[in-house]
Ligand binder design. Structure first.
Ligand SMILES: N[C@@H](CCC(=O)N[C@@H](CS)C(=O)NCC(=O)O)C(=O)O
Length: 219
């Protein structure tokens, strides 16, 4: 029996680890943190020295970085079949797509700062908003190519790579639409009905985003 505690802020990258834990079907606890300076407290910095979420306590050890946490958890629970272990023919592709999530999320993070975190309009940059939204579109192009003729990112079927990238797309959809990417939209719709995904969504009172969509350069 493992002891697992996820340190989580709703609608952030820690959601991808929360979703994965649900998919793994293992018992775990969640500590929810506010998305504020509390993440810079000594108590939280002991969990993640950069003051970011997620952080994970697993069997008495502390870990951080969502991509690493996905690898660690899939190796800890290989029987769930959500990872691709060393030696598996899909290992390299699995790692590639697990970590591609971060290529998307860096843009969502910049846009969250622009649209949500910065309180005063004069602090925001329409140029940054536009460029970052366009760069999400380029990531969607890459996914559209990968998902052409595939139901999931790997030929072997649903995996933690879909969880990582699916969560990144959940965030990115607040800033760039999927209309021009039908294969990504279809894949996302398949993911969004999974009970593990639904269980990782924020409660209405815990939402980080006040809107479903933020127009790139009209704020
Ligand atoms: N590469 C890291 C990024 C972690 C990260 O920056 N998380 C954001 C939330 S999505 C955060 O904690 N931001 C708080 C802050 O910057 O103060 C990971 O994937 O775990």
């Amino acid at each position: 029996m493992s002891e697992i505690r996820l340190h989580h802020v709703p609608e952030t990258r820690s959601m991808r680890v929360l979703w994965l834990l649900h998919e793994l079907g293992v018992p775990f606890e969640v500590t929810e943190w506010p998305f504020d300076k509390t993440l810079r407290s000594a108590q939280y910095l002991a969990l993640n020295p950069a003051g970011r979420v997620p952080a994970l306590e697993l069997d008495g050890s502390r870990h951080f970085e969502s991509g690493a946490l996905i690898e660690i958890l899939c190796e800890r629970f290989p029987e769930a079949g959500l990872g691709r272990m060393p030696g598996d023919p899909e290992r390299a592709e699995w790692l590639t797509w697990v970590h591609f999530a971060e290529t998307i999320s860096q843009h969502s993070a910049a846009l969250t700062q622009q649209h949500v975190a910065l309180r005063e309009d004069h602090m925001r940059s329409p140029v940054v908003m536009k460029l970052e939204a366009l760069r999400i579109g380029k990531c969607f192009d890459a996914l559209e190519g990968r998902l052409d003729g595939r139901d999931y990112l790997l030929d072997g079927g649903f995996s933690a790579a879909d969880v990582a990238v699916g969560q990144a797309v959940y965030m990115a959809r607040h800033f760039a639409r999927l209309d021009a990417h039908p294969d990504v939209a279809g894949w996302y719709d398949r993911l969004a009905v999974r009970p593990g995904f639904v269980a990782s969504l924020p409660r209405p009172e815990n939402r980080l985003f006040s809107r479903e969509f933020f127009e790139p350069w009209q704020d």
